[in-house]
Each structure stands twice: as structure tokens, then as C-alpha cells.
Design a protein around this ligand. Sequence first.
Ligand code: SF4
Length: 372
Amino acid sequence: MLYIHIPFCAKRCFYCDFHSGTDRTIVDRYILALERELEARIDEIPTQELTTIYIGGGTPSQLTPSQLKKLFLVLESKLNLLNLKEVTIEVNPDDITPDYATEISSLPINRVSMGIQSFNDRLLQLIGRRHNSQKAIEAYQILRNAGINNLSIDLMFSLPTQDLQEWESSINQAIELCPEHISAYDLSYEAGSILTRKLKQGEFEACSDETSIAMYNMLVDKLSEAGYEHYEISNFALPGYRSQHNSGYWKGKPYLGLGASAHSFDGKVRRANFADTSLYINNVMEGKPTFEVEELSPRESYNETIFTRLRTADGVDLNYIEQKYGKKNLQHLLREAASYITEGYLTEQQGRLTLTRKGIVISDTICCDLFL
Ligand code: SF4
């Protein structure tokens, strides 16, 4: 699994805390730095097992077609891409023109993930997105016409001042488009974001917990009725279209992350590249370290496994917990889970512990109790 971070955006959205900046004069140097980092870390990629690539951001569609081509030329020259099953690129609707979509489909990209967030123009403006609803629908059709047959769209709910009716319209519009995959996230107010500042200044009120829960329940009901599998708390897919790359993260598979702020995991040690694009470029070019290392303690590893796997429809494999963390920790897990099972928040079936619909709503509390 390979992740490549493209830390450039045309404009910062009001809610965002991902690492990205708006200076695109450094993109060419950045691609050169990605090439250098890949060369330096090539041994960390078991090329026969490289089955997924995810190009995320930031906004990867802020790269020009020739910059995107250059990036793939680098990948093709250094890696064996023959076993790739899924290559995803994130795009923003306002970057998608017929020419751009044709360029994307001419590259070894077979999945596009588009950040739409809402089909309501008032709400899109409120959260600082560049596009409007009509542009999102147009971009979707342009990608389809260019032959992209695995499309994922991102939606957000609990937006400031959003009501249930507006959320229902966005879900209906998403279902009408019929993307293969939908990710839907509950808005969170990140420290230091423009939206958080506006909230603190009293410009609007945050959605109530009751409304957020009602929105989430509506989402699950409507997408399930429309034939989507709810395979992770925030992710829904038509049969056969689960994200292979993200599923790899949730299963704890190793991955390599290239670029500023990208994370890597070799099964034991997690490594985070500096979240400073200029520093990243300069250090890579000068052969200096670009990262910090974090070795997970057995306790942290156990907690992370519970957290990520419980979010998925497959749940926590109890056998795996016993094999990897020992009988004592399995007993701890079963002991802490017992009351949640009795009260219908968790189920234990066929050696797996899974959140019920009722449990999803309080998953953070449940996880805390199951942690070591
Ligand atoms: S386009 Fe994406 S990465 Fe860029 S500011 Fe908006 S949400 Fe953040």
C-alpha cells in the first residue's frame, strides 16, 4: 500500500486541518522531492505486494496534467505496478474539466474520490468550499463520460445551521448520481480552524447531538435501502466496491506514505513525515531526515487495533486478539464488552465483536472502555 500526499489547495476550506498550502509555485520541486524520497525508501516497498496506491491531499487535482503525468512516470520507472488493483486520486469538483478528466483516465488511475460535502449551495459557502452543487453534478458526469467507472464521493453532515431536510436532499442527490462509494463524515470543529473561530464568535450554533444522530441514522437507512453496504462507520459501498486501500489501513496492514505529513507503518513502527512542505522539500533534497518515528507500545497497538477494527462491519477478530496480544488481554476485552453485549450495543458472533447500530452512536465511549 502506497500513499502519496499532495499538500496543495486552491483555497483553504473553513473546517479543514489537513496539511496543505496554497503556494503552487513549489509543486515541481515537490514532485522532485517525492521522487527522491521514493528512491531513498524503495526497499521499504515489497513491490510484488504493492496492490493499492492512494493519492490524497490537499487537492491532488491542483496538479496540472503534465505534473500528474510526471508523478506517474516516476512511479512507473521505480516500482512494479503490474499487481496494482486500485489506484485512487482525490479531486475537487471545480478542477474537473473534460480535458482534465480525459488526462486522469489516460493514467493508471482506476478510482476517483471527489470531495462534494453537500449539494446545498448555502452550506457549501458557509464551510468555505469553492464549488457549488451544479458544478459538483457536472464534474461527476464529466468523470463518468471520461470512463471513470469507480467513483467515490465525500459528504459531510452536522454542518452549521443544516437541518434534517437539507441533509435528506443531499443524500437523495447522492443516491441519484449512484456513485460506487460514499464516505460521509460528521463535521468536527478542529482547533484553529476558521469554522471553530466563527463558532466561538457566536456566528452560528453547532448542530445538536440529537440532530447529528438523526442525520446519521437517516444516512444509514437511506443508503442501505439504496443498496449500499455499510462496511465502516463512515463508509458505504455498492457490492464489490469497498475501498481496498482504506480497508488495508483498518486491517492494520503496513503502508508507505510519501510526501509532507504522510504517515508510514511497517507493522510495528509508525513514521510521520514533517507537516511542513518547504522543510520536507529542503530536507529530502539535502538528504536530511524528514520524519519523526513513533514505536507503538503493545498497549497502544492493542488500543489502535480495537479502535480501527471496531469501526468496520467485520469487527474485531477475537482469535487475532488472542494470538497477537495474549489470553489476558482477550479476557480483558470480553469482560469489558460483556455489559455492552447484554444491552445490545455490541454483538459477539462467529468469533467477532461488532458494533450494533445502537452501538455505533456511542462507539467512542465503548472503545474507551475496551481499551487497556
Ligand atoms: S480542499 Fe480538502 S485539503 Fe484542501 S482545504 Fe479543503 S478540505 Fe482541506
